[in-house]
Design a protein around this ligand. Sequence first.
Ligand SMILES: O=C(O)CCC(=O)C(=O)O
Ligand SMILES: [Mn+2]
Length: 191
Amino acid sequence: MSDPIDFPDIEGTLHPAALADAADLFRRLAAELDWKQETLTLYGRRIPQPRLSAWYGDATYAYSGITLEPRAWHPLLADLRDRCRAMAGTPFNSVLANYYRDGRDSMDWHSDDEATLGPNPVIASVNLGAARRFQLRRKDDKARKIEMLLGGGDVLIMAGRCQHDWQHRVPKTRRPASPRINLTFRRIVAI
Ligand SMILES: O=C(O)CCC(=O)C(=O)O
Ligand SMILES: [Mn+2]
């Protein structure tokens, strides 16, 4: 574990190698979570997402035409939720888990700005397995980008105006990439 690194532009804080048990967590969550490939409906076409996902916690989540009913907390996710609460200084009640099977799996530009996340959501992003590039770009100046390599055990806290002013993505890569798990802990609020 090393000191947290602040990214003031995005109101983010990276906690490098914050999880000493990252390798074990990766193996168990890969085997034990209920991974599914969801299908998006865009302009009437059904498009399988380029990754697997699973939604756990206390609330239903709806985004991009998909509604995810929550599963009961897996004990390892409940423990990570509490560790993220300590790091972020704020509580979480749900988590979106994503499994990137290889370099062809990805997540396209978006912000986590659904109304159900409240006005200035704090999101804790836990990274396990292979390191992948994580990019952010400003919505009003798409040439302005920030990039970080998120490796196993790294935790990135995004807060403040991050989801208003910035989009983020995990690009595909042609380099060989072994599997990666990302967990974004969120707090769904009543609206
Ligand atoms: O995999 C990542 O690092 C990002 C995941 C993400 O942005 C999300 O789940 O909303
Ligand atoms: Mn996101």
